[in-house]
Ligand binder design. Structure first.
Ligand code: ADP
Ligand code: MG
Length: 701
């Protein structure tokens, strides 16, 4: 068998040996030469110039100097021994200092022999000294692979302890290139290389480890980042293609009376262009003959409900039933009433099924589903119980996707001949670039436009010393007949403490807004679900003026009469959470407000978050800021996906390259969906390797 980079074990590489091979495998997962060459530096030290001792400045920069050791001495007593060497060039002298490994270093150092030293020089009483310099004999330095910039590799404590320093890794890498240079397979096609003026794979790899200069390094990084993103996108898009070919779906060919009637006669407003576009996308998807798997993203209040209901009409027009699932009973209730309102003149049977549906009603519903008399069933996860059997379920609409797992979803279509079309709606905007990687194999529709005339929620940042005027503001809103939310943070780690804050807050609110003039509700996580629903219901019906709550009200609740959202200690919330909370107001005709009652000690990041809230109401803009602040790994839903563990590219910083990679992959698959064309042989081979070796991309979605 010929030795190729991917089948040659590290062990065989010069300078590695069994012990180091095992250590590198354990610490960094590097097993083959291929793994090693794909272990990239995370920074570089520019060693393009040499300094003279007389030129040294106390700048903290790392510098390299050529000179000789003229004398060596050991100083201090037992506990604080230091090794000192005087280092001299033609312009002056300085000190080199060691605190550890003294014995060994002392015997290794050669006097009156030219060295290249490298490190940070500090000034002490007018003399420069460099602690623990990196040292090479000038002769060795000149013999080594001549590269101007030094790679610095990621390391671990264990590696450092066992003597596998950056220098050691560099040497191993050097050996790798001496042995395998130019034997790395090109992964991209000539077409893509030419179109984008990319450098070839072998040059890119070499320049990435041993850059000759900044410009070549940049070119190498550019190409390698593209390659990484390209193959992810290729795989995501291809999975989507394959799924569409494999998973057949019902064909809703007709747009009939239900849809047309609702569309033309019974919508009390005109749809936004974004709503129209999205409905078209969904319609097209449901007549393709493949199962629809679509994510509908739209900011709070962007009007997702009507899109869902119109989609339901298409299913019903084609003789199918529809299920709408919500994460909580309150939300299911609200959906039920808003759907009823929209379809009331259309002779459509809609029922609600939740945990509190009585047995008698439940039985009626079961019968109506089986006979096909029932058109739309709305509910909580009660919908996925085994007893719930549809005659012909054609479309499932899931609101607030993060609450329902994929597993639960598929439970619903076990009873079907074909899987129903799936529309998942989410009000948590995800930046487009992140969506491209996270949901790259789903189809995504975005409502990026709010209905005309929607008023911005005026948002203000306030501090404790302004509390009296804030309370007055609340009173004024209540006098106008409006309702108010006051939200306290509840964070897992210090739940008891937060709970105390909440109760104290509640008491002070009740003191400030006494009964019977004011009625105050409270909802928090420690209450029984039934009590929660009861209190919520009082507020929904307008029987209480103020709702004191923890974030349990975050999702979906609709009380159009609420016009003020006061958030206590908003610095403890994440941006998307703040945005969701704010979205609880501004749902009616009234001008609405959000007051952020901040603590005094704000970190810079917290300030940015709060300022962003004050400046914009746009959920997508907020999501972009959130992504920049926290990085992709911390955005909801990304942790499990593994997709964010990129080797070299960065979703935030390389977003343009990501888009380019996606378009390139898209065009390629359009022309050659099975990667069969001879010109795409490199891509096909790499793709197969990735599929075979790194299943990590296989289980996303
Ligand atoms: P969300 O996307 O948050 O679920 P909804 O569907 O609940 O938003 O819609 C929010 C409000 O906006 C509802 O009262 C709805 O009737 C209204 N609405 C939806 N679309 C439009 C539109 N095109 N023009 C005016 N109002 C609309
Ligand atoms: Mg909604």
């Amino acid at each position: 068998m010929t030795q190729t980079p991917s089948n040659t074990l590290l062990f065989y590489l010069k300078g590695v040996g069994p012990a180091r091979a095992e250590l590198l495998g354990k610490e960094l997962g590097i097993k083959t030469v291929y793994d090693l060459v794909n272990f990239f530096p995370n920074r570089y030290i520019d060693r393009t110039r040499f300094y003279k001792i007389s030129e040294l400045q106390e700048s903290g920069a790392e510098v390299q100097i050529i000179g000789q050791i003229t004398s060596i001495s050991t100083e201090g007593n037992n506990r604080s021994t230091r090794l000192k060497a005087t280092f001299t060039d033609e312009t002056g002298s300085m000190e080199l200092v060691w605190f550890q490994g003294i014995k060994w270093i002392k015997t290794a150092l050669k006097t009156n022999t030219p060295y290249v030293i490298f490190g940070k020089a500090n000034q002490f009483k007018g003399v420069f000294s460099m602690p623990h310099p990196e040292m090479d004999l000038l002769l060795d330095f000149q013999k080594s692979l001549q590269t101007a910039m030094q790679p610095v590799y990621p390391s671990t404590e264990n590696l450092a302890k066992k003597g596998v320093s950056n220098r050691v890794i560099q040497t191993i890498m050097q050996n790798l290139f001496l042995e395998f240079k130019s034997r790395f397979q090109e992964t991209l096609s000539k077409e893509i290389l030419d179109q984008n003026h990319f450098i070839d794979k072998n040059t890119a790899l070499f320049q990435l480890h041993f850059p000759e200069n900044q410009e070549l390094l940049k070119k190498a990084q550019w190409r390698m980042k593209f390659e990484e993103l390209f193959f992810i996108q290729l795989q995501l898009l291809r999975n989507n293609l394959i799924r569409k070919r494999k998973i057949k779906g019902y064909i809703f060919e007709k747009v009939g009376d239900y849809f047309n009637n609702l569309y033309e006669k019974h919508i009390p407003f005109s749809l936004t262009n974004a709503q129209k576009r999205v409905i078209k996308e969904i319609r097209k998807d449901m007549m393709r003959g493949a199962q629809m798997n679509r994510l509908l993203q739209g900011d709070v209040g962007s009007g997702k409900t009507i899109v869902a209901v119109l989609s339901a009409m298409i299913a019903i027009d084609n003789g199918f039933q529809v299920a709408i699932m919500a994460p909580t009973e309150i939300l299911a209730n609200q959906h039920f009433f808003s759907v009823l309102e929209l379809v009331k003149n259309l002779n459509i049977q809609v029922r609600l099924l939740t945990g509190s549906t009585k047995t008698k009603e439940r039985n009626e519903i079961h019968e109506g589903l089986i006979s096909g008399e029932l058109h739309i069933l709305i509910g909580t996860h009660a919908l996925i119980e085994d007893k719930v059997k549809f005659q012909n379920l054609g479309l499932v609409i899931i609101d607030e996707q993060h609450k329902f797992g994929v597993e639960q979803r598929s439970k619903m279509w076990k009873k079907n001949i074909l899987p129903p079309h799936i529309l998942v709606m989410t009000a948590t905007p995800i930046p487009r670039t992140l969506a491209m990687t996270l949901y790259g194999d789903l189809d995504v529709s975005i409502i990026d436009e709010l209905p005309l005339g929607r008023k911005e929620i005026k948002t203000a940042l306030r501090f404790e010393n302004q509390r009296l005027s804030v309370f007055k503001f609340i009173r004024d809103e209540i006098v106008k007949g409006h309702q108010v939310y006051i939200v306290y943070p509840l964070i897992d780690e210090s739940e008891t403490l937060d709970f105390k804050n909440l109760m104290e807050g509640y008491e002070s609110v009740v003191r400030e807004f006494p009964r019977p003039q004011y009625q105050v509700s409270i909802v928090h996580g420690k209450m029984k679900p039934a009590d929660k629903e009861y209190e919520m219901d009082l507020f929904v019906k307008g029987k209480t003026h103020i709702m004191v709550a923890t974030t349990v009200i975050e999702v979906g609740v609709n009380v159009p009469n609420a016009s003020l959202m006061l958030i206590e200690n908003p610095e403890k919330f994440g941006l998307s959470q703040l945005h969701q909370l704010r979205g609880r107001v501004g749902r009616g005709a009234n001008q609405s407000y959000c007051i952020l009652m901040a603590g005094y000690k704000l970190t810079d990041e917290a300030k940015t978050r709060l300022q962003t809230m004050v400046e914009t109401n746009d959920g997508f803009k907020i999501a972009e800021v959130d992504l920049k602040l926290r990085g992709p790994g911390n955005i909801m839903g990304t942790q499990q996906s593994g997709i964010i563990n990129l080797k070299i590219a960065d979703i935030v910083k390389d977003s343009d390259l990501l888009k380019m990679a996606r378009f390139t992959a898209f065009d390629l698959l359009k022309e050659d969906p099975n990667l069969e064309m001879p010109k795409n042989a490199n891509i096909r081979n790499t793709y197969k390797d990735i599929e075979a070796n790194m299943g990590i991309w296989a289980n996303i979605s």
